[in-house]
Design a binder for this molecule. Structure first.
Ligand SMILES: Cc1ncc(COP(=O)(O)O)c(C=O)c1O
Length: 435
């Protein structure tokens, strides 16, 4: 059973109780927050890049490597291998439950969101009359570029839905999805503009035209929950590391009948029932999904770490978590709005739905790269980490007319004090650089 972290009440004796999010209890789960970074306290505001890892995940990984022996059961069949295989399947079950999949067989392990998207894009059974893919200006390069590659080779036509001011244009999306559309690929939460996208409506539009939808949940799941069946997306991708799990492990959820229709993105060990000589070639009996899509030895330890990260993630009270993160975004966006030297990306009213705020310089004295270093070095007590640059969202930056931005992103463990420390440091930088 999931262990719920405490929810404390702002007013113990009052009724009805309004639960607040006990961020201090959660912060004790993360060793890096109680240690020193470059000799200073860490103010980690780069969770959109990767989430902090809890002590429990680190322990689980160490335990797995300390105690396991033998490669998973699709190869050797001795007891040790069966135990290793059970770890993989436990991770698969945890991921299936987390996403509300109808079965663990709808979960394919990948190395991350990037590989999951490439798998779908490059092995989708595009039909003769359906050779178009629709993506959006909000996409991370890991979604945009696989489709671009295919378009460049003439294998499909790529259509890009605009997102003026960082908000998806649903009317344009409706026109772009036609009877020739095979796939729509859409982020659920932009990693640069913040907010969330109307994925439910896009799925409904696609369904009406008989197209499939791939939802990129890389940024969404750290502070939102997904219900794959309610959303009715055909494919969903996410990375373990953005949820506090290990690097190099990710998940592709897919409806079972579609996973079995995907071509083989990679072939190899663990994917076949038999291989027989046949004439000058081979006769191969492939396994069903997910095995047929998981060639090679999988990351058993990664699956164990993912399962552990998900235990902590699902233990967080969801409504209180969202309220907590929305409060952080509100506080930060409110502070940023006071500075005419900057321009916040995305529409102000959309930001609270997400977990990050990005801004670009208006004043020529503001350099995002310089500011990033200033945050690391200026304060003798604190090391503040944010991300500066284009965040692999080059297209969105171009469409917003911005060369580079500063992204401040929150995790469940982020605090109002951290948002305030960032705003104080920003004020100090502006006083120096933008006089
Ligand atoms: C929205 C979004 N999609 C996809 C990715 C790619 O994730 P990964 O590099 O873990 O494969 C990222 C990573 O930052 C992201 O933010």
């Amino acid at each position: 059973m999931a262990r719920h972290l405490p929810i404390h009440s702002a007013c113990g004796g009052c009724s009805p109780l309004k639960p607040a999010f006990d961020v201090e209890a959660l912060r004790r789960e993360y060793p890096v927050l109680s240690g020193k970074t470059e000799g200073k306290s860490l103010v980690y505001l780069d969770s959109a890049c990767t989430a902090l890892k809890s002590g429990r995940v680190a322990e689980r990984l160490a335990e797995f490597y300390r105690e396991s022996a033998g490669c998973g059961g699709r190869r050797s069949t001795h007891l040790l291998s069966q135990r290793t295989e059970a770890v993989l399947e436990e991770g698969r079950r945890a991921a299936a439950e987390f996403l509300g999949a109808s079965s663990p067989e709808e979960i394919v392990f990948t190395s991350g969101t990037t590989e999951a998207v490439n798998l779908v894009a490059r092995s989708f059974p595009y039909g003769e009359g359906r050779r178009e893919a629709v993506v959006t200006e909000l996409e991370h390069n890991s979604v945009l570029l696989p489709f671009h590659d295919l378009a460049e080779k003439g294998e499909l036509e790529l259509r890009i839905c605009p997102a003026p001011e960082g908000r998806l244009d649903l009317d344009a999306m409706e026109k772009l999805i036609t009877d020739r559309t095979a796939l729509v690929a859409l982020t659920r939460a932009s990693n640069a503009a913040g907010g969330v996208t109307p994925a439910e409506q896009v799925c409904a539009l696609a369904r009406r035209r008989g197209a499939c939808v791939l939802v990129d949940d890389a940024q969404y799941l750290a502070t939102h929950r997904e219900d794959a069946q309610a959303l009715d997306a055909d494919f969903i991708a996410f990375s373990a590391h953005k949820l506090g799990g290990p690097f190099g492990v990710g998940v592709l959820y897919g409806k079972k009948h579609l996973l079995n229709r995907l071509g083989r993105f990679k072939s190899g060990g663990g994917t076949v029932r038999s291989v027989e000589p046949s004439g000058q070639g081979l006769s191969v009996a492939w396994l069903d999904a997910p095995a047929r899509l998981e060639a090679g030895v999988p990351d058993f330890g990664g699956a164990a770490g993912l399962a552990e990260a998900l235990k902590l993630r699902v233990s967080l009270p969801q409504d209180a978590l969202r309220e907590h993160v929305a409060g952080l975004v509100r506080r930060l966006a409110g502070g940023l709005a006071k500075h005419p030297e900057l321009r916040v990306l995305g529409r102000a009213e959309d930001l609270e739905q997400g977990a990050l705020v990005s801004f670009a310089p208006v004043h020529p004295g503001f350099s995002p790269a310089d500011f990033g270093l200033f945050l690391n070095h200026e304060d003798p007590e604190r090391f503040i980490a944010v991300r500066v640059g284009e965040h692999c969202a080059h297209l969105l930056h171009r469409r917003l007319g911005v060369e580079a931005s500063v992204r401040v992103s929150f995790g469940p463990y982020s605090t109002q004090e951290e948002a305030d420390l960032f705003l104080d440091a920003l004020g100090a930088y502006l006083r120096e650089a933008c006089r």
